[in-house]
Ligand binder design. Sequence first.
Ligand SMILES: *[C@@H]1O[C@H](CO)[C@@H](O)[C@H](O)[C@H]1NC(C)=O
Ligand SMILES: *[C@@H]1O[C@H](CO)[C@@H](O)[C@H](O)[C@H]1NC(C)=O
Length: 386
Amino acid sequence: MRIIIPVLCAALVAALPAFDDQATFSTEHDGFSLDLQEERLLEFANGQRSVVTELEKIRLKAAGIKFLDITDTPDLGKFAHLRLQSKPSFPSPNATEIVEPILKTLSTKGPQENLRKFTSFRTRYYRSDTGKQSQQWLLSRISEVMPITAKYASKSLQHIISVQEFPHSWGQNTIILRINGSSHDEDGVVVIGAHQDSTNMWPFLPAPDDGSGSVTILEAYRALIAADFRPVRPVEFHWYSAEEGGLLGSQAVATDYEARAVNVLAMSQFDMTAWVKRGTREEVGIITDFVDTDLTDFNKKLVTKYLDIPYVETKCGYACSDHASWRKASYPSVFTIESSFENSNKNIHSTNDRIDISDEFSFNHMLEFSKLAVAFAVELGSWKSL
Ligand SMILES: *[C@@H]1O[C@H](CO)[C@@H](O)[C@H](O)[C@H]1NC(C)=O
Ligand SMILES: *[C@@H]1O[C@H](CO)[C@@H](O)[C@H](O)[C@H]1NC(C)=O
């Protein structure tokens, strides 16, 4: 079965010449396991599904067409109707006395060290050898943070933390880190996410990708455990694989959670958190399309209460990051980005998506997003001693 939606054809054709000019254009590439002729099932904003080849998928992405690659996860959202029947509410944030001292301990030091290494892999493409290596490095960094904490926090905190790889067939795994809650999972799990992979428009070319979302949430996690965070609800940090391939990693995780009837109370995605375009006001972009409205309102309150910069409402279209996978299963999810979508980093998916290319890349700006992640975890996860 091969159907190409007619309306997409013009965009496909427009994207073609760029790739045919590539000296690197070939179907065989060392260090990659990508079959350009493999058939993939995509789902588009209008709900339409089409089978395309991997090469056509790459061209669609290059042309700016947004989609979910649902080949491996056609059932995601099967039980969405159940969750719509009992929507949670999100009261105003009130844990100021706990959150504010933790925010003061956040630092740009770890993020700077981590990003220097994380962006040094030639690409973190999910079907590349270096993409697997970058994932293993990230896993080792996350695991290293825990022993450091043991020096400051009680041993019992380590006993409620686990780090796991969520395996994927393509090799680069999603990483799931969990701080167990004192209550049962049925009371809701809080998820903070970012994607770890990168891609060039043409996947075989280098793709440093600034990786800001991944280290933003890692720094939030470090500060939380250093403060001996004891949540009532379990709080999880997810570093998704293959966001760039059509949200493959997060869809696989969300499908698994849905199948196991895990009650995810709230999911917050961090993707692109460092760029402040020259001449613009520094602000937090709150995405308002394809997100949960109540949780978005709550997130705005967190920005106003805890951050040093204001928010601006903005839109990024269908399936623009991993929160969309959770939304498909009707789990409340939100997405924040470095600025209004128009002012965000224009170097993405190119060899220029680097941390050292411009003073518009700001570690201090990133830190505001770590604050937001800390506040989200504490306010929604709650603190056992409260
Ligand atoms: C904050 O609000 C929640 C929900 O209304 C409540 O359960 C909690 O006890 C409050 N916490 C504080 C510190 O007032
Ligand atoms: C966390 O809680 C789950 C049950 O919800 C349990 O299976 C798991 O062993 C716990 N993990 C740790 C590290 O305490």
